[in-house]
Design a protein around this ligand. Structure first.
Ligand code: C5P
Length: 310
């Protein structure tokens, strides 16, 4: 029986997202703040003679259009000698939501296959591979997804004693140039994913700088982050891609308003959307808001930052 590795793959939210311009390669120059949250997929990987993807979700493809498949292909082609991997994705992160669900699965696959086959690839080289898979994958990899089972470790049962601190980074360039910020916990984040998906390429494709009226203030955010003033930093949570996504789907604006009416200090769209998160200070408000939002949106999740130790 082949041994299995199981790795957690956490979602991210963009606490802030600004676009500085269009690049000659067609991508947009970003300045964004990515933050891992404790909504996780679980990726099971074992050795096999070819690459295969299975999942409990019917919403994700099992071919090379799945970023996890691409990740396996790329690492095995570069470092392997014809071996493969059987991958099972236990999906919890909403798909097509702006939460990096596909990217985080891909990052976990890179990390898992590196361990499974003892390739001993350096962090730098893995980061280089990750950037070829997608713009959010380097952040997800850098966030160091937690191994929750590793049957390849000989002897006593594998003990997960990693003390993971969720990652928060400023991401620039396409999203691959990362500057980590000190780890901080946002304990009450209510995430709402409406019942439709958005294509990242379409949202970026329709972005027009002249439609941006509120320019995110990264420095002010960082100052508030450093002194851990959640109310203050929440005020600076802005996302310029709302100018596209919320125009295509005004429901996004309605969700933001509902969350703020229910007590969120601020509600902002994540990535290219359509998921919206509200930052709460008081647990009782967050719990009540969860109850109310759940009546209209089945994909409502009360989460906190990733890796707060429980
Ligand atoms: O890198 P990734 O494949 O995840 O990006 C998906 C799409 O989002 C790209 O094809 C591009 O249209 C858009 N994008 C962009 N600028 C970025 C990141 C993504 O225009 N920095």
């Amino acid at each position: 029986m082949s041994k299995t590795i199981v790795i957690e793959a956490p979602a991210k939210i963009n606490l802030m997202l600004d676009i500085k311009g269009k690049r000659s390669d067609g991508y947009h120059e970003l300045e964004t703040l990515m933050h891992q949250i404790d909504l996780v997929d679980k990726i099971h990987i074992k050795k096999d003679s070819s690459i295969s993807i299975k999942s409990n979700s019917l919403e994700i493809p099992n071919d090379s259009s799945n970023l996890a498949y691409k990740a396996a292909q790329l690492i095995l082609r570069t470092y392997g000698r014809g071996e493969g991997a059987a991958i099972f994705i236990d999906k919890n992160i909403p798909v097509g939501a702006g939460l990096a669900g596909g990217s985080t699965d891909a990052a976990a696959v890179l990390k898992g296959i590196n361990i499974l086959y003892n390739y001993d690839i350096s962090d730098e080289k893995l980061a280089y591979i990750s950037a070829q898979i997608g713009s959010d994958v380097p952040f997800c990899l850098q966030g160091n997804p937690r191994i929750i089972m590793d049957e390849t470790v000989e002897g006593t049962a594998f003990k997960n004693d990693q003390n993971i601190e969720g990652s928060t980074c400023i991401a620039r360039g396409r999203g691959e140039l990362l500057t980590p910020l000190e780890s901080k916990v946002l304990p009450w984040i209510l995430l709402v994913k409406p019942d439709f998906q958005l294509s990242t390429a379409e949202v970026y494709g329709k972005f027009k700088m002249e439609n941006v009226h509120i320019i995110p203030d990264l420095n002010a955010f960082i100052k508030a982050w450093e002194i851990y003033d959640i109310i203050e930093l929440s005020h600076y949570c802005e996302n310029v891609l709302e100018t596209v996504s919320a125009t295509l789907y005004p429901e996004i604006m309605q969700i933001k308003k509902s969350l703020e009416r229910l007590g969120a200090v601020k509600a902002t769209m994540s990535g290219s959307g359509p998921a919206v998160f509200g930052v709460f200070i008081h647990p009782e408000d967050a719990l009540k808001a969860q109850q109310v939002m759940k009546e209209s949106y089945s994909e409502t999740y009360l989460v906190s930052s990733y890796g707060r130790g429980d």
